[in-house]
Design a binder for this molecule. Structure first.
Ligand SMILES: *[C@@H]1O[C@H](CO)[C@@H](O)[C@H](O)[C@H]1NC(C)=O
Ligand SMILES: *[C@@H]1O[C@H](CO)[C@@H](O)[C@H](O)[C@H]1NC(C)=O
Ligand SMILES: *[C@@H]1O[C@H](CO)[C@@H](O)[C@H](O)[C@H]1NC(C)=O
Ligand SMILES: *[C@@H]1O[C@H](CO)[C@@H](O)[C@H](O)[C@H]1NC(C)=O
Ligand SMILES: *[C@@H]1O[C@H](CO)[C@@H](O)[C@H](O)[C@H]1NC(C)=O
Ligand SMILES: *[C@@H]1O[C@H](CO)[C@@H](O)[C@H](O)[C@H]1NC(C)=O
Ligand SMILES: *[C@@H]1O[C@H](CO)[C@@H](O)[C@H](O)[C@H]1NC(C)=O
Ligand SMILES: *[C@@H]1O[C@H](CO)[C@@H](O)[C@H](O)[C@H]1NC(C)=O
Ligand SMILES: *[C@@H]1O[C@H](CO)[C@@H](O)[C@H](O)[C@H]1NC(C)=O
Ligand SMILES: *[C@@H]1O[C@H](CO)[C@@H](O)[C@H](O)[C@H]1NC(C)=O
Ligand SMILES: *[C@@H]1O[C@H](CO)[C@@H](O)[C@H](O)[C@H]1NC(C)=O
Ligand SMILES: *[C@@H]1O[C@H](CO)[C@@H](O)[C@H](O)[C@H]1NC(C)=O
Length: 606
């Protein structure tokens, strides 16, 4: 039925023999979002229901208490592009019978109808970013989606009245008609009276509790867009001054980031010598490696090799309906341990963070939250940086190309290793923070630049040891992000061509936080094609499969789901025994399609 498929509209289509037009250029965004979207102007049949889009993730583990919930923002995002963020007054839930919350959940729910791009948005509380996300692209018949995020780590912000700010730069005209109708609700879950067993020492030290104070490392209100810093090129470093209280004993910097425009598909950007040799002046380059570098008073204190989030309009928008790309509805943030550096900044004076992106093209949205833990038993703590190894990034590139065909292999390693002590009422605690990253990117360009094959793997190991007097508190996160992306444009004659895309995208994690360990394997595969004629994609199809396997201490979740052409083909969910006992203790949101909820209920035998 042409009723549903209709055609796409593309802003500006690059020449056929321009390389990786396929993904990069077709979808290259220019501030406003992706260039591909459905032409939803065909007549609508009334019986087509609103489609629920969703991101596959594990349900949030909840205490068995009744939450206090409040709608903190209700807004229709029409023409909001370049305007100041939408603001609301947040007040803590003082009328809630208990004020001791063990879980706090943010629920973003939105509907949209018509035609619209994927839009990046941010939610801030007192300048502290608590959600970075991308909107779903609507259909003519309407869509709805929900994002639920555990925001317990921001508890200290939520205890005080704050300004809640949301920036979602949307654009409305006669073509792009989709208005995003949004509700943000917060759910506060009081702690259970008999809490789960925690290691006594963890409790005492507070090392595994939410921070006592969070300092926003973001742009100040009022302003005419998000509170993000904008990094526009490889030498651009965005700076922010701050100072901390004098009794901090632990500090973690949480970094939020998202690439756009010329770097939205950074992992597919070819090396500049290839572009130069082929006179490709309008194609984004600088090669496929990007790294976010964080400095403190000009000293490198941490790095991020980011996950390759594909937004809802990316590569082929039909791949992300209704199963969205990993991380696209809730972009990951990245923690950098700063405790070893506390000795440098406990003087009560101003210091300065810097954010840069190696090889960056215009643009990256970056900001951060500085989480600090305060010593309730002293007014001043002391500290000293003892060891500091920041090995320069080692990049190797092997290039072999002839005109527009060729292969490129980029590999990168980075190691950071710091130790420092902090003396507080917890004793003289030595903290060692170790970050190790690897990046490999194999890029093949064939079919005279119309075919691109990427095979990339990023790994990141961030291990922290706090040597407390009685035991060693370990906090380690090992991540691996595999990406395989095949895109080809095949000339169909008659001024049209077919764009084919196959991909596999993985987000895998092994973590240990004190006595809690977990393992996640989350892999998505997608196959899509689109027929493009002139500026229009006249037809197409996207299919996506995803397998999500999570096993944690006393907790586990499996999901195997597949969709094609907007329809969920199968959806199998399994919670293992440890979790079944929790039963209703999971928040299984409306983001899950009905079939999934049904499957869930069957599994646990209700
Ligand atoms: C997608 O589904 C619609 C009906 O919902 C159907 O008309 C169309 O042919 C399907 N497209 C493909 C490529 O199978
Ligand atoms: C959208 O589709 C309609 C009906 O097929 C067509 O008349 C119109 O030109 C298309 N609009 C765009 C912008 O492609
Ligand atoms: C937002 O909340 C209002 C009031 O409860 C409700 O009428 C509206 O449908 C909700 N909108 C969304 C997108 O959930
Ligand atoms: C909050 O609840 C937890 C778990 O029941 C308990 O350990 C803690 O002492 C409580 N804190 C306060 C301030 O009541
Ligand atoms: C990089 O970006 C900064 C900030 O916009 C700008 O001042 C600078 O001129 C740019 N440098 C280059 C080499 O383009
Ligand atoms: C690139 O442009 C130069 C100058 O316009 C021209 O001499 C050269 O042949 C072009 N090279 C290619 C590969 O098109
Ligand atoms: C470069 O590519 C050409 C053509 O594919 C191939 O014949 C040649 O062996 C390659 N050279 C190297 C050093 O890999
Ligand atoms: C990091 O440096 C410390 C010395 O401060 C050393 O003992 C440790 O082995 C190093 N860790 C790694 C993983 O290289
Ligand atoms: C590139 O490779 C294709 C086959 O994949 C071949 O048809 C074409 O002639 C090659 N182009 C150049 C410039 O070597
Ligand atoms: C990607 O590269 C890895 C090794 O780097 C290899 O094991 C894997 O088979 C490749 N994947 C594909 C689909 O070619
Ligand atoms: C991460 O680094 C730590 C410290 O060097 C090491 O003990 C651990 O084995 C590494 N983990 C992985 C999965 O490589
Ligand atoms: C080529 O395009 C013209 C005009 O859009 C159309 O009339 C014709 O049927 C097309 N031919 C093929 C083979 O698609």
């Amino acid at each position: 039925m042409a009723l549903i498929m209709a055609a796409f509209f593309i802003f500006s289509l690059f020449l056929l023999y321009q390389p990786f037009t396929s993904n990069a250029n077709l979808h290259q965004t220019y501030l406003l979002g992706s260039q591909l979207l459905l032409n939803n102007s065909n007549p609508i049949t009334k019986d087509i229901p609103v489609t629920t889009f969703f991101q596959v993730t594990k349900p949030i583990k909840l205490p068995k208490t009744k939450p206090c919930s409040s709608l903190v923002l209700q807004h229709d995002f029409g023409y909001t592009y370049g305007k100041s963020p939408v603001l609301a007054h947040y007040k803590p839930p003082h009328d809630c019978p208990s004020q001791n919350f063990s879980k706090i959940v943010l629920e973003w729910k939105a509907t949209c109808k018509g035609r619209q791009f994927d839009r990046i948005f941010g939610v801030w509380l007192g300048g502290v970013e608590i959600l970075r996300s991308c909107t779903a692209e609507p259909r003519a018949t309407g869509i709805v989606w929900t994002v639920e995020k555990d925001i317990t780590r921001y508890t200290s912000m939520l205890k005080e009245p704050q300004t809640l700010a949301v920036y979602l730069g949307n654009l409305i005209d006669s073509t792009y008609t989709g208005i995003y109708h949004v509700n943000i609700t917060l759910h506060f879950y009081p702690a259970e009276e008999h809490p789960q067993h925690r290691k006594h020492a963890d409790l005492e030290s507070g090392y595994d509790s939410p921070a006592h104070l969070i300092l926003p490392i973001s742009r100040n209100l009022p302003l005419n867009d998000g509170q993000w810093f904008v990094v526009q090129n490889s030498t651009d470093v965005q700076l922010k001054k701050f100072s901390i209280p004098r009794n901090v004993y632990k500090a973690v910097l949480e970094v939020y980031l998202s690439p756009h425009q010329n770097d939205e598909f950074w992992y597919g950007n070819p090396p500049n010598d290839y572009l130069l040799a082929n006179n490709l002046t309008n194609t984004p380059g600088n090669g496929p490696f990007r790294e976010i570098v964080v400095t403190l008073d000009d000293m490198v204190v941490g790095a991020v090799f980011p996950f390759t989030v594909i937004y809802t309009g990316g590569v082929n928008p039909l791949l992300w309906r209704p199963i969205t790309g990993i991380g696209s509805f809730d972009l990951p943030s990245y923690d950098i341990e700063l405790t070893p550096f506390l000795g440098n900044i406990l003087d009560g004076k101003q210091h300065e963070f810097g954010f840069g992106v190696t090889n960056a093209l215009d643009l990256w949205y970056i900001d951060a939250n500085l989480h600090v833990w305060l010593d309730s038993k002293s007014l001043e703590t002391k500290g000293k940086l003892i060891e500091y190894y920041s090995f320069p990034t080692k990049v190797s590139l092997v290039s072999n190309f002839s005109a527009l065909n060729g292969t490129f292999f980029t590999s990168v390693q980075r190691t950071l290793n710091y130790s420092g002590w902090v003396e507080s009422s917890h004793g003289k605690v030595m903290t060692n923070s170790f970050q190790h990253f690897t990046f490999t990117n194999f890029m093949h360009m064939g079919n005279s630049g119309n075919l691109q094959i990427l095979n990339q793997t990023i790994t990141s190991n961030h291990t922290v040891y706090h040597n407390l007097p009685s035991y060693i508190y370990t906090d380690t996160l090992y991540q691996s992000f595999p990406l395989y992306l095949y895109t080809d444009n095949v000339d169909q004659g008659n001024n049209s061509y077919m764009s084919v895309a196959n991909l596999s995208l993985g987000f895998n994690e092994e973590s240990q936080l004190g006595s809690v360990t977990s393992s996640l394997k989350n892999v998505q595969s997608g196959q899509g094609y689109m027929i493009v004629k002139g500026n229009l994609v006249t037809s197409g199809l996207g299919s996506t499969q995803q397998v999500y396997k999570y096993v944690g201490t006393g907790d586990c979740f499996f999901r195997n789901v597949s969709s094609s052409n907007y329809t969920v083909l199968y959806d199998k969910i399994h919670l293992c025994s440890g979790s079944q006992r929790q039963g209703s203790g999971f928040r299984f949101g409306r983001s899950q399609p009905f079939a999934a909820r049904k499957a869930f209920l069957e599994e646990i035998g209700i």
